[in-house]
Design a protein around this ligand. Structure first.
Ligand code: HEM
Ligand code: HEM
Length: 166
């Protein structure tokens, strides 16, 4: 096994924060696609403003998918730094599980959304909706972990997601 890098590259960091901002935007405003989606499913024409809101959700979401592919490519190429050496095993699992769910979310949310939207698959839309509470809980745990590392444990874990490794 090759050794882990000392930190993230600038591109990895920019992608982390741009994706985070877009995902939070989607979570806050996601319901705005509802009226247009319901109109299409009933076979009626959505109002112009409903269609605009829907298009914003669709294109912001598809942007997340493109950035997620880029991000995964960089992750495979450069890897990620290890947690502080004295980090408890259980915390390593919690952090690792949160990262896994978040990576899954940035691929599966756009994919399930696209199946619902373009193919009118209502059941997939319901699966897509379940993503919302899951993401809220996992991002809360993830962000709390980052802040705890910084302010309580006083490690460089948050700093290395803000400043590239030299
Ligand atoms: C929807 C929002 C977010 C998503 C999808 C997300 C996703 C991720 C993922 C997948 C990783 C693992 C990186 C890797 O190992 O390749 C990561 C790392 C990290 N995230 Fe987030 N994140 C989000 C929001 C946040 C927020 C709000 C904070 C801070 C308050 C934060 C702080 C961090 C830090 C500090 C790391 C580095 C952890 C380490 O180096 O061990 N993230 N994030
Ligand atoms: C990061 C990507 C995405 C996130 C985080 C996200 C999040 C959300 C959220 C929070 C909702 C509202 C759920 C509710 O009403 O309880 C929603 C609904 C919806 N989204 Fe997304 N979305 C993403 C990408 C997409 C994409 C790319 C499309 C289409 C191409 C899409 C299509 C839909 C549809 C059709 C609904 C309505 C589902 C229904 O009412 O049954 N989403 N999304």
């Amino acid at each position: 096994m090759h050794s882990r890098p000392a930190g993230y590259t600038r591109a990895q960091i920019v992608l982390h924060w741009v994706i985070a901002a877009l995902v939070i935007f989607q979570i806050i405003f996601g319901e705005d696609i509802g009226p247009a989606f319901r109109a299409f499913r009933k076979g009626t024409e959505p109002a112009a403003d409903a269609l605009l809101s829907a298009n914003i959700h669709v294109y912001v979401g598809l942007t997340v998918l493109v950035l997620a592919v880029l991000r995964m490519a960089l992750r495979l190429r450069y890897g990620a730094p290890d947690l502080p050496p004295d980090e408890k095993m259980v915390m390593r699992y919690v952090a690792g599980l949160a990262h896994l769910v978040l990576y899954a979310a940035i691929f599966l949310m756009p994919l399930t959304g696209a199946l619902a939207w373009y193919l009118g698959m209502g059941e997939i839309g319901e699966i897509h909706e379940i993503g919302k509470p899951i993401i809220i809980v996992v991002v809360a745990v993830h962000a709390a972990g980052a802040l705890w590392q910084h302010f309580v444990a006083r490690t460089d874990v948050l700093r290395r997601m803000l400043k590239p490794a030299a």
